[in-house]
Design a protein around this ligand. Structure first.
Ligand code: NIG
Ligand code: FE
Length: 421
């Protein structure tokens, strides 16, 4: 199947130079072509050009091709959400009331709420129930414009339930048109029965969970929540070392609650990304500079929990790349809406519209190891595209926060979402 999209007001994020990410000043650039057409072939982008060369499009297009008139609308790569926990057994709005009354995320966790609350329910949930609820969430984020998403385990916290979560994620890969990347996060919290015996739980992760996850090829990456009150740098070092021996590259949670040393240990193991980074100072920026690790910011968690925001501006001004992801999970960010994340990038981090768009497309794809294929528009890249509603400019995308600016979503060359206007 092929599609021909014409009269596109602007084709955004055009990259033919092989860029796999953009860093520092280059984040403020968003290459574009005005008044354009784009032609797909199967699941890829075949060609594009300005409307005055529309004849070229028609020559290449097969007879009877579906044409979409995008007059007044813009075309951009679909969002790449590189950090979520969207397989979970139940929402946690009731414990959120404690949060509204003034308890912190850590205090709720210490009382057995938080991740441990989800782990208890995870144990009771069947694979089928988990698949059904996760498919609903995948449908929802697709409607907001997401075409690729990373999903973590981490609500199992024992071998059997961690494997159950990862098998659910594997099934979702088959069922959903959204491209899914899976990450093993056995080290998300210390389960109640290991309280005071943290090292024994780390041993279980290393000696039992990682070998089984690797043997069944259930995960693309490995994660550790390296932070105050959760896993130490030493725990993280041991787990990442074991993961590396099984070919699992890290993508870790770091520095959400304190200067945890998580960023440095992530860089030491050549992590694909280090995520959260609310507590990032000169030392951390130095560690990240020149590394291959993508700093990934999750403004939804700061917004929802009332935490400080990561110093995105300082990071970009220091020449670093930055990606943004939703962190969709029931405790710290119960939304997978990447349009809102894009807005938060500008509102809370003071990122320019171009920087914020780069952070949720190309750099987000890079943080999943997918930027050769997606996150930008180019010949031969995946036809994962958003057609916007009729909008005045691309700057309108972060500016008009809370309103839905997406009209059509195309994944792998297929129209998967079409809203009536
Ligand atoms: O990324 N920080 C740790 N993990 C998640 C929260 C998970 C939960 O509360 O269920 C996060 O914010
Ligand atoms: Fe997270």
């Amino acid at each position: 199947m092929s599609l021909l999209i014409k009269n596109i007001k602007a084709l955004l994020q055009l990259r033919e130079g092989g860029e796999l990410k953009v860093s520092g000043k280059a984040m403020a650039e968003l290459p574009q072509l005005n008044n354009a057409w784009l032609l797909t072939d199967g699941d890829i982008i075949l060609d594009y050009g300005a409307m005055d060369s529309f004849d070229t499009a028609l020559e290449q297009a097969p007879a009877g091709i579906r044409q979409i008139d995008a007059d007044g609308k813009m075309l951009l790569p679909a969002f790449c959400d590189s950090h979520t926990h969207l397989v979970y057994p139940a929402s946690r709005e009731i414990e959120y009331i404690d949060k509204i009354r003034g308890l912190s995320y850590e205090e709720i966790a210490k009382r057995g709420g938080g991740i441990l609350n989800s782990a208890g329910k995870m144990h009771e949930a069947s694979e089928e129930e988990l698949i059904i609820s996760a498919m609903v969430r995948l449908e929802e984020i697709m409607g907001y414009g997401t075409a690729a998403v990373e999903i973590k385990s981490g609500y199992g916290l024992n071998t059997e339930d961690e494997l159950k979560m990862l098998r659910v994620i594997r099934k979702l890969k088959e069922l959903s048109p959204v491209r899914i990347i899976s990450t093993f996060l056995g080290a998300h919290a210390i389960p109640g029965e290991y309280k005071g015996r943290q090292e024994a739980y780390v041993d279980l992760i290393i000696n039992e969970m990682i070998p089984e996850v690797a043997a069944e090829e259930l995960a693309d990456y490995i994660d550790v929540f390296c932070d105050r009150g959760f896993f130490t740098v030493k725990d993280t070092d041991r787990i990442l070392n074991a993961g590396m021996k099984h070919g699992l590259r890290p993508k870790i949670h770091a520095n959400e609650l304190d200067f945890s040393g998580g960023i440095q240990v992530g860089v030491k193991y050549n992590a694909l990304s280090v995520d959260h980074l609310e507590y990032t100072g000169e030392e951390e920026i130095k560690a990240l500079s020149g590394s291959e690790t993508m700093p990934t910011l999750l403004p939804g968690a700061s917004f929802f929990l009332g935490l400080i925001y990561a110093p995105a501006r300082k990071m970009i001004d220091a020449g670093l790349p930055v990606a943004m992801a939703s962190d969709f999970n029931p405790g710290s960010s119960p939304s997978g809406n990447m349009q809102f994340i894009l807005s938060l990038g500008s509102i809370a981090y003071r990122m320019l519209p171009e920087e914020a768009i780069n952070a949720v497309t190309l750099n987000g794809a890079c943080a999943m190891g997918l930027s050769e294929e997606m996150g930008s528009i180019g010949k031969g890249k995946k036809a994962n595209l958003i057609i916007t509603k009729d909008i005045p400019s691309y700057e309108f995308l972060p500016y008009a926060y809370g309103s839905d600016k997406v009209e059509t979503v195309i994944i792998g060359g297929k129209v998967v979402v079409e809203k009536s206007t």
